[in-house]
Design a binder for this molecule. Structure first.
Ligand SMILES: [Zn+2]
Length: 97
């Protein structure tokens, strides 16, 4: 049933003009949408870790730059500013409701 859901949302997405299709969420979420369910969950967790990490400078273990690097190593190219905005809740994803 999950497959069917994905197929219908893909069909819907393909019918939408580019602007409408992409303006609802930031690039971070669009990249995430292309990942497997397991990877999406891991990425959500990673974003939470970045949000909760109060360390400063080198004391910060989970940071936007860390996340940028990990994604890049796995073939996902998202800029650090995009990730930073998403982590800080300043991107369009957070303003949808
Ligand atoms: Zn976002």
């Amino acid at each position: 049933m999950n497959d069917q859901e994905q197929a219908s949302s893909l069909a819907q997405a393909l019918l939408l003009p580019r602007e409408q299709n992409t303006s609802l969420v930031c690039k971070f979420t669009r990249v995430k949408d292309g990942m497997s369910e397991e990877e999406q969950k891991a990425l959500d967790r990673a974003v939470e870790m970045v949000r909760k990490d109060n360390g400063m400078g080198k004391g910060k273990v989970y940071s936007a730059s860390w996340l940028t690097k990990v994604l890049k190593q796995h073939g996902y190219s998202v800029s650090i500013s995009t990730i930073q905005r998403h982590v800080n809740g300043e991107c369009c994803c957070e303003q949808s409701d």
